[in-house]
Design a protein around this ligand. Structure first.
Ligand code: AHG
Ligand code: MN
Ligand code: MN
Length: 340
């Protein structure tokens, strides 16, 4: 710090460049993608901040491939993400929650570097848009082994452990960009005065305490019996570890995971016993969150299987999801498997 009290800081761009210098063989192609997502998320952030003024509240009147009604902001953010990424010659394909099919690019300019596929949930927590509660964006990046022209759905269906990067942006009381490339989890806060993401949370680690339990309690009666038992165990504090545990759930995965990552806790969207399914999507919600949570020292599971080990079978596949402190996720797995 200088005499005036001023100190230097890392912007997202600067930090990406710094991490890239640690890998002398890197050609910066992958960093370009992260930077573009950073720019897209600043644009989305500005739209979210003005949502009530620019006619983007409410429904679009279109049902997406998941059978869910699209909000105007879902579609706007989807366009912002796609237009920000599509011209990068290193990107072979994109897949979004809002598009039924993946997009495969056939770039005409010659490019012989590594190729990538990007998955994203442009606005996570859409049901919160109209009531001014935090929403987010989630992204996941995979290396693509082949040139664009030759890829198909198979290249999109890779397990989460093959991700080269994952992250989210939370449009909360401040906007934060949180990402990992497998070397820790780093968080940047948007300084709206200078329009830059500034490093505010380096090497984030989930504290080893269960401060928060997060689940949609209205589904309690549809959960399998061991899931109900786990929820009761954590919420009603039968052990000293859970004496001070509070329930917190916003309905935006990004906000719920971010809060628990900072404060400690467990989030779950378990299987519905009637349908045998979870709600959250593997490729652009659960897998990126699982990579972040593991990098922060936690665990993510279906209750039976590590999220990052699941071999996807289709683009919009849904899985049961529990993520947070290792202690709680392990306990849940044991209860579900009848071992506790
Ligand atoms: P999205 O808005 O991208 O469709 O995601 C909504 C997800 C997730 O953000 C959240 O955890 C969950 O759905 C909330 O679902 P419930 O309203 O059923 O609790
Ligand atoms: Mn979502
Ligand atoms: Mn969404």
């Amino acid at each position: 710090m200088s005499e005036s009290g001023w100190h230097d800081f890392y912007t997202l761009e600067g930090y990406i460049a710094y991490q890239q210098r640690l890998h002398p063989s890197s050609r910066g192609v992958f960093s370009d993608i992260l930077r573009r997502i950073g720019v897209a998320s600043k644009i989305i952030s500005s739209k979210v901040r003005m949502a009530g003024l620019i006619n983007v509240l409410g429904k679009q009147g279109v049902i997406n491939v998941q059978g869910e009604e699209q909000m105007k902001l879902d579609l706007l953010a989807n366009d912002i993400m796609k237009t920000s990424l599509k011209w990068l010659p290193s990107i072979s394909g994109l897949a979004s929650e809002e598009d039924g099919e993946m997009t495969i690019f056939t770039h005409t300019d010659k490019f012989d570097g590594d190729h990538y596929i990007v998955f994203f949930d442009p606005i996570d927590g859409s049901s919160n848009i109209d009531v001014n509660v935090s929403v987010g964006t989630v992204f996941s990046i995979h290396r693509c082994p082949y040139q664009s022209q030759t890829i198909g759905e198979l290249e999109f269906l890779k397990p989460g452990c093959a991700q080269v990067a994952a992250g989210y942006v939370v449009y909360g009381s401040s906007t934060m960009f949180v990402y990992t490339t497998g070397q820790g989890v780093h968080g940047f806060t948007l300084d709206p005065e200078i329009g830059e993401f500034v490093l505010s949370h380096e090497s984030m680690k989930i504290p080893d305490r269960c401060k928060y339990f997060s689940a949609n309690d209205s589904h309690y009666r549809h959960w399998p019996e061991p899931t109900r038992r786990f929820a009761d165990w954590v919420r009603y504090g039968e052990e000293p570890r859970y004496e001070k545990t509070s329930s917190r759930y916003t309905g935006s995965l990004v906000a719920d995971i971010h809060r628990n990552l900072v404060e400690g806790g467990v989030f779950m969207y378990p299987e519905n016993e009637d349908t045998g399914m979870g709600k959250l999507r593997l490729l652009y919600e659960c897998a990126p969150m699982a990579m972040l949570i593991e990098q922060a020292g936690g665990m993510a599971s279906t209750g039976k299987e590590r999220i990052l080990d699941i071999q996807p079978t289709h683009l919009h596949q849904r899985v049961p999801f529990i993520a947070g402190n290792k202690v709680e996720v392990k306990l849940y797995e044991k209860m579900l498997q009848g071992m506790a």
